[in-house]
Design a binder for this molecule. Sequence first.
Ligand code: HEC
Length: 117
Amino acid sequence: MPLPGKRHLPAALALGGIAIVHATIGNAGSVQAQATYEIEPREPEYLYDRTCGYCHGHNVAPIIRGRNLPPVLIRTMVRTGIGAMPAFKPTEITDVELEALAQWISESEADPEEHGR
Ligand code: HEC
């Protein structure tokens, strides 16, 4: 009895995202398919804890929560970096995630557990 063939998981499943396949019929009747992947944006709180909170609030960098910092300033700092803070690329934090993150930090309450530099 032949063994069932090895199955491959769809790439989208492996990435935990949603695959959107656009298929178009070209002029010559050829079919062109293009797959794009949309990854579910990560929550601001998760990103802050995992990424920013590594330095901010842990004696390495200034406190940034509870200061009503303008979101545009936060977004700019994240994309360009400043001093000892590295820049984060859109491949690391997407524009959609950064917008929500900056808004969340700007509106967040100060956390008494956090310690600034
Ligand atoms: C490797 C440590 C590190 C990480 C990670 C980090 N920062 Fe920073 N950040 C710093 C340091 C250090 C400064 C102060 C730089 C200076 O003034 O020279 C700073 C400054 C800032 C400022 C300006 C604060 C002010 O008082 O003007 C903002 C806003 C900021 N960071 C946001 C973020 C956000 C949002 C993240 C997460 C995406 C993040 N940072 C991740 C180290 C870090």
